[in-house]
Ligand binder design. Structure first.
Ligand SMILES: NC(=O)c1ccc[n+]([C@@H]2O[C@H](COP(=O)([O-])OP(=O)(O)OC[C@H]3O[C@@H](n4cnc5c(N)ncnc54)[C@H](O)[C@@H]3O)[C@@H](O)[C@H]2O)c1
Length: 352
């Protein structure tokens, strides 16, 4: 029997609630594969306990694991701390330390939730594309950066190698899908984007079966809503990918549905694309599906494809049966709770 060591980082806000539901799934499959999972602190929880948003013990455990499952970090309580002490810094450092340069965000519309999206049904039906976001460079990491009394600045920085590795990943993914790659940039204004275009053009020569196009990010943000079906693999630098994937969550009806995998050369990290949602934290009303689908992506990455498929099928079934958490429910009085959604997904997996 295969054996996996999973580091669990619930984090803050709804992170704790949605992770409880993911753990129910891990518990369920503990008889099919040998799973060892332990919880570690990150973000605000790490700051409160150790004054460090990425405690040493957490980083050590993540590096020694087969995969990391993360809920979400952040919240009002820690917003006034210095940058290096904020919860977000813990997550950025973890991604950097694990070297997870490619963040994979599938955007798939479920037939059952078509009516939950504010966008017309005929525009979003059958949408199925993937955003590949560069995750450990760009403006979130670039130096110099500073906020001074009367001025502030950040640096969008990329090396050719950083662009190359994520571009190669995106082309390989496109080859396994519908062989279309759209690189999103701002090459009419930004030198970093001009370098991205050079690298993408040169990598494209090795993948002649993949059709490549470039879109300026302002146009891409419009096309995402006007005609999202045109996309197959969308390749973005860090900041653009962060923003566009939140926008893309509207297509499927809720950000609470969107999972992600962050892949590098060793340990991979799996987390929903959303944050800690302080506005709904502690109420047991968050949608745990993004967290549960992130768990499915983890199993798939570990080679446990059957387990991953079962989780996906159960999520599909729960939505087809009409169960909705508040974010998706058209009638809020009929919404089920976060823990009820987790329990139902477990029930449907058992029935498969
Ligand atoms: N990866 C991460 O951990 C991550 C990502 C983004 C933001 N953050 C942090 O999260 C905090 C809140 O940020 P924000 O409000 O801009 O973004 P957010 O993603 O937390 O919330 C945006 C909106 O989506 C809703 N939402 C998010 N996840 C949901 C779910 N699973 N079910 C139902 N509704 C959901 C929230 O209620 C809110 O209305 C901040 O501290 C921010 O820095 C963390």
């Amino acid at each position: 029997m295969e054996s996996y060591n999973i580091a669990i980082l619930s984090g803050d806000g709804i992170g704790k609630e949605i992770m409880q539901e993911a753990v129910k799934i891990l518990d369920l499959f503990s008889s099919d594969v040998r799973l060892e999972y332990n919880e570690y602190l990150i973000g605000g929880a790490g700051i409160d306990a150790t004054n460090n948003p990425l405690p040493d013990e957490t980083l050590r455990a993540c590096k020694a694991s087969n995969a990391v499952l993360l809920g979400a970090i952040g919240g009002e309580k820690w917003n006034n701390l210095e940058r290096h002490l904020r919860p977000e810094k813990g997550l950025l450092n973890l991604r950097k330390e694990l070297g997870v340069y490619a963040n994979i965000r599938p955007i798939k519309v479920y037939n059952a939730t078509l009516e939950s999206s504010p966008i017309k049904k005929e525009i979003i039906q059958d949408v199925d594309f993937v955003i590949v976001r560069e995750l450990i460079s760009g403006i979130y990491f670039g130096e110099p950066r500073a906020k001074e009394m009367d001025r502030a600045y950040n640096t969008m920085f990329y090396t050719r190698d950083e662009i190359y590795r994520v571009t190669k990943y995106a082309f390989e993914l496109a080859q396994k899908r519908n062989k279309k790659l759209c690189c999103v940039d701002k090459a009419n204004v930004l030198e970093t984007s001009q370098l991205w275009r050079e690298v993408v053009d040169s990598v494209a020569k090795q993948y002649s079966d993949v059709a490549v196009e470039f879109l300026y990010v302002d146009n891409a943000s419009m096309q995402l809503i006007l005609n999202p079906k045109q996309f197959d693999v969308m390749l973005c630098e860090n900041l653009f990918g962060d923003i566009l994937s939140d926008e893309a969550s509207v297509i499927g009806g809720s950000i609470g549905l969107l999972a992600s995998a962050s892949i590098g050369d060793s340990v991979a990290l799996f987390e929903p694309i959303h944050g800690s949602a302080p506005d709904i934290a502690g109420k047991n009303i968050a949608n745990p599906i993004a967290m549960i689908l992130s768990t499915s992506m983890m199993f798939s990455h570990l080679g446990e494809v059957e387990i991953a498929k079962k989780i996906e099928l159960a999520v599909n079934k729960v939505l087809e049966c009409g169960y909705r958490t508040r974010d998706l429910a058209t009638n809020k009085d009929e919404a089920i709770s976060c823990s009820q959604m987790g329990d139902l997904i477990v029930k449907f997996i058992k029935e498969l």
